[in-house]
Design a protein around this ligand. Structure first.
Ligand SMILES: N[C@@H](CCC(=O)N[C@@H](CS)C(=O)NCC(=O)O)C(=O)O
Length: 382
């Protein structure tokens, strides 16, 4: 994994780019001609420490003439053109063949990647982002992934609220367009080439199934039947306070913050509503029963080929062992059980749930967020 503040050595063939490392002249008219240079995009805060030799740092890259001894640094045309468009901001820094973001993600995120790769804001432990991530990977979409911390409230920063007024993950920025709903991202990914499953799958079923699965609340299920309820309460209370503080600091966004706070207040109460929780479980059982019967005659939900019906259902199945209901809900259904075992072998599954499946990665994702929450509680700064 790439350390967040490290641009890596600027030696050619240093092994830091993962594919088709382009030559220096691979940049034409200020844009990389080979998108693979983006494979090393990392997100780093404003005060970035960069270990690359200064000669490889574009002038715009660090904004730190102090650290470079007051000397302007050499750069490439692309950076210069970015600077010309966005003089206020630092933007992207190309370190030899690699691209690193050296500014904190700013309001202009939407524009910054226009014409380049889609930017996928995600949280690696979350339910809805997993649907979108599986779709993007299964459909072979190239994208830039950025973690947005939905626990500590990074998703409530004004720049993100302007991007997604619901302030949640997933959010996909495609040029000037922002897609904020996981099911829409799934459908968008499927529409970028030949849809998964081609003409061998039942398209009418897929449309209905995607809708039905989208209506099932996997977050309520986790909070109602597993240990996630406690975490949800702590983080949501913290985020409500952030909304209140941000609404005062940003009167233009106050309405959105108030709406978000109201939604979160309702969300905290939901796991206490027994009837709502039971209805949520019944809804999942109905999906599982339908899946069991379809899988009796086909390998996948919509036919003999894997499709977005399977994509969107995978995180639902993933939720079940998380709350230790796999015996009751999966193992009691032979076809679903076999199908689930086959889904777990797909590379997209490993990519989507790699962090959740590793206790160390989970801890390193969650602990900093709780550190921030604790700090806010102590300092009363939100
Ligand atoms: N309707 C949206 C809901 C997305 C959603 O609920 N995201 C959760 C993670 S699974 C989130 O970001 N929660 C944090 C928050 O809402 O503040 C979708 O399906 O994409």
């Amino acid at each position: 994994m790439v350390p967040p503040f490290d641009c890596g050595p600027a030696e050619p063939n240093s092994g830091n780019t993962t594919r088709n490392e382009p030559e220096a002249n691979g940049f034409e008219e200020g844009r990389p001609t080979d998108r693979s240079v983006h494979t090393r995009i990392v997100h780093a805060p404003r005060r970035m420490t960069c270990r690359a030799p200064p000669r490889f740092l574009p002038r715009a890259a660090t904004g730190d003439r102090q650290r470079s001894g007051g000397q302007p640094r050499t750069g490439v045309a692309w950076i210069e053109s970015l600077r010309a468009r966005e003089p206020e901001d630092i933007g992207l820094c190309i370190v030899r063949f690699q691209v690193c973001e050296v500014d904190s993600i700013s309001d202009r995120t939407k524009g910054e990647m226009a014409g380049a790769l889609p930017v996928f804001y995600t949280y690696p432990l979350a339910f809805n982002p997993a649907k979108a991530k599986i779709a993007l990977d299964e459909c072979n979409i190239k994208y830039v992934e950025k973690k947005i911390d939905i626990l500590s409230g990074q998703s409530l920063e004004p720049w993100f609220l302007k991007l997604n007024p619901g302030a949640w993950a997933p959010t996909l920025v495609v040029g000037e367009n922002v897609i904020c709903e996981s099911a829409e991202i799934v459908k968008w990914a499927d529409a970028q080439g030949t849809p998964l499953g081609g003409d061998k799958v039942d398209r009418q079923f897929i449309d209905q199934w995607v809708q039905k699965v989208d209506n099932w609340d996997g977050n309520l299920f986790a909070a109602a039947f597993g240990p996630a309820g406690g975490v949800l309460k702590i983080t949501t209370e913290h985020k409500i306070k952030i909304c209140e503080a941000q609404a005062k600091r940003n009167p233009d966004l106050a309405e959105l913050y108030q709406k978000k706070a109201a939604a979160m207040k309702a969300q905290i109460e939901e796991p206490n509503d027994k009837a709502k929780c039971e209805a949520n479980k019944a809804q999942l059982i109905s999906l599982l029963d339908e899946a069991e019967s379809r899988l009796a005659t086909a390998s996948y939900l919509a036919g003999e080929e894997y499709s977005i019906a399977d994509v969107i259902f995978t995180p639902c199945l993933y939720r079940i062992p998380q709350v230790k209901l796999d015996k009751e809900l999966i193992e009691s259904r032979n076809n679903v059980q076999k199908y689930w075992a086959s889904l777990k072998k797909r590379p997209s599954y490993k990519k989507a749930f790699g962090v959740s499946e590793s206790p160390l990665s989970t801890a390193s994702t969650v602990i900093p967020a709780f550190g921030k929450i604790l700090l806010s509680k102590i300092t009363k700064k939100y």
